[in-house]
Design a protein around this ligand. Structure first.
Ligand code: IFM
Length: 475
C-alpha cells in the first residue's frame, strides 16, 4: 500500500501490537453535503443549521466537504495515509427518507459504492448507524424522548445491515448518545435545540434502548462473524479539591456522563444514585419492564471518543439572585445547581479544550478494571487548530502532531498496563462541519478549502502515515 512520503524509519520508539487497527473517522452530516439529492429528506441538523442563530456564521451542512461527490478522491486519500480502517456514518434520512418510509435505493447505493471503494483499497469499513442526524419527521413525532423512535431505529439498523452486511464486518449503533440526549434536549446547543430536562433523560433512556434493539436487529441480519459496538464519549471527571463536596460533584457528573450509559448497556440497570438525584425532574416511569435487559444486548467492543478531561467542584451555597451570569441551560440535568464545571488547566486547542493525554490513559485503565473482557477501540481522538495553507500551499500543524503523539503514547502505556485496546481512529480525516461551530474549527488531517473543495494533506497526515507505516510512534 502506498503512503504519504513515509520515510524508511528504524523500528524505534513505541511499537503497537501486530494487527492494531489504524484509522480515521468522519460523520455523514459533517462531510457529505448533497442534502437534498436522491430522495434524502431533512434531518434535525438540516433544520437546526437553517434556523438563524443556531450555528456560527449561519453555516449549514448543505455542501459540507462535498464528500457525496468526492468519495473516490477521499478514499484515495485514505489509501495514501495507509489506514487499515475507516469509520464513517450512514445518514438515516438518505437511506430511509422520513425515517419510516421505504428504503431509498440511490441512498443505499452511495454507501455500497463507498464500501466497495474502501474494500478495493484494502481498507476495512466501520459503519456507524447514528451520528446525530435524526430524520426531522421522527423529531416531529417526538424525537428521542419517545420510545417509538427506538423502534424505528431498530428497523433502520436491520435495513442498512441487509444492504451492506455482506461487505461490512464492523457496526456501531450510536456515536456519543450523551451528546444526542443532553446537548440536543437539555442545553439545546445541538439539534433539535430543545431545552427540556425531563425530555433529555427520556432521550438518554430511549437511546440506550435503541442501541439494544438495534444490536438485536443487526445480529438477526448479519453474519455471525460481524462485530457490533457502541461508541461513548466517556467523561474523565476530576475534582477541583479532594473535599467530600467536590468528590460528590464528580459522582454526579460521572453518573450523568458515564454510568447512565455504561450501566444499562453492560449491566442492564440504571445507576441508583442518578435516579435519586434526578427525582425532582422525573420518576423514570417511562422505563418499561424489559427495557434495560434489551439495552444490555451483548456487544463485541466498546468505542471510546476522548478529547479532554472535565474539572468539577461543588457549587457551594446558592448565589444571591442575579449574581451568576448563566450561559444558557445546562446539559447536566439534576446537577445544575450542585456542580460547577471549571476550566481545566493546560494548553488549549482551538475548541478551548485542554490538552491532557493522561486523561485518556486514566479512562482506559478505569474501563479495564470496570469492564473486564470488553475490548476497546479509540473511535475518535484529535484536535482542532487554526490551520491555514501557506503561500506554498502547505499546511503546517505541529500542535496537532504533538496532540496525537501524546495521546497515542497514552494508548500505548494503557496497552502495556493490560488494557485491551484494538485500534485508534483520528478525528478526523477531513476538515468538516463542526456542528454549532460550523466551518470555523478544523479537525482534519486533510485541509479542505471550502470555497474550492481542494483537499491538502497537512503535515499531520504525513506524520500519521509514517506512524502507521512503522506500526508505532517514533522515539
Ligand atoms: O466533530 C465531533 C464529532 O462529530 C463527535 N465527536 C467530537 C467531534 C469534535 O467535536
Amino acid at each position: 500500500m502506498t503512503t504519504l512520503d513515509a520515510s524508511p524509519l528504524a523500528q524505534t520508539g513505541l511499537a503497537f501490537p501486530a494487527g492494531f487497527r489504524w484509522g480515521t473517522a468522519t460523520a455523514a452530516y459533517q462531510i457529505e453535503g448533497a442534502a437534498t439529492l436522491h430522495g434524502r429528506t431533512p434531518s434535525i441538523w438540516d433544520t437546526f443549521s437553517h434556523t438563524p442563530g443556531r450555528v456560527l456564521n449561519g453555516d449549514t451542512g448543505d455542501t459540507a466537504a462535498d464528500h457525496y461527490h468526492r468519495m473516490a478522491e477521499d478514499v484515495a486519500l485514505l489509501k495514501r495515509l495507509g489506514v487499515s480502517d475507516y469509520r464513517f456514518s450512514v445518514a438515516w434520512s438518505r437511506v430511509r427518507p422520513t425515517g419510516r418510509g421505504p428504503a431509498a435505493r440511490r441512498g443505499l447505493d452511495f454507501y455500497r459504492r463507498l464500501v466497495d471503494a474502501l474494500l478495493a483499497a484494502g481498507i476495512r469499513p466501520v459503519a456507524t448507524l447514528y451520528h446525530w442526524d435524526l430524520p426531522q419527521e421522527l423529531e416531529d413525532l417526538g424525537g428521542w424522548p419517545v420510545r417509538e423512535t427506538a423502534e424505528r431505529f431498530a428497523e433502520y439498523a436491520g435495513l442498512v445491515a441487509g444492504a451492506l452486511g455482506d461487505r461490512v464486518a464492523d457496526w456501531t449503533t450510536f456515536n456519543e448518545p450523551w451528546c444526542a440526549a443532553f446537548l440536543g434536549y437539555a442545553s439545546g446547543v445541538h439539534a433539535p435545540g430543545r431545552t427540556e430536562p425531563e425530555a433529555a433523560l427520556r432521550a438518554a433512556h430511549h437511546l440506550n434502548l435503541a442501541h439494544g434493539l438495534g444490536t438485536a436487529a443487526l445480529r438477526a441480519v448479519l453474519p455471525r462473524t460481524a462485530e457490533v459496538s457502541l461508541t461513548l464519549n466517556l467523561h474523565v471527571v476530576r475534582p477541583l479539591t479532594r473535599s467530600a463536596a467536590d468528590l460528590d460533584a464528580v459522582r454526579r457528573i460521572d453518573a450523568l456522563g458515564n454510568r447512565l450509559f455504561l450501566d444499562p448497556v453492560f449491566h442492564g440497570r440504571l445507576p441508583e444514585d442518578l435516579v435519586r438525584d434526578t427525582a425532582g425532574v422525573t420518576d423514570w416511569s417511562f422505563v418499561r419492564d424489559g427495557d434495560l435487559a434489551a439495552a444490555a444486548a451483548p456487544i463485541d467492543w466498546l468505542g471510546i471518543n476522548y478529547y479532554a478531561p472535565t474539572v468539577v467542584a461543588d457549587a457551594g451555597p446558592p448565589e444571591p439572585a442575579g449574581a451568576l451570569a448563566q450561559e444558557g441551560p445546562s446539559p447536566w440535568v439534576g446537577a445544575e445547581e450542585r456542580v460547577r464545571i471549571l476550566p481545566a488547566p493546560g494548553p488549549r486547542t482551538a475548541m478551548d479544550w485542554p490538552v491532557d493525554a493522561g486523561g485518556l490513559h486514566e479512562l482506559l485503565v478505569r474501563l479495564r478494571d470496570e469492564l473486564p473482557g470488553v475490548p476497546l477501540m479509540i473511535t475518535e481522538n484529535g484536535a482542532a487548530y487554526a490551520d491555514y495553507a501557506d503561500p506554498e500551499g502547505d499546511v503546517h500543524d505541529p500542535d496537532r502532531i504533538g496532540y496525537l503523539h501524546g495521546h497515542l503514547a497514552s494508548v500505548h502505556r494503557a496497552i502495556e498496563d493490560g488494557v485491551d485496546v484494538r485500534g485508534y481512529f483520528v478525528w478526523s480525516l477531513l476538515d468538516n462541519f463542526e456542528w454549532a461551530y460550523g466551518y470555523s474549527k478544523r479537525f482534519g488531517l486533510v485541509h479542505v478549502d471550502f470555497a474550492t473543495q481542494r483537499r491538502t494533506p497537512k503535515d499531520s497526515a504525513r506524520w500519521y502515515a509514517d506512524v502507521i507505516a512503522r506500526g508505532g510512534l517514533p522515539a
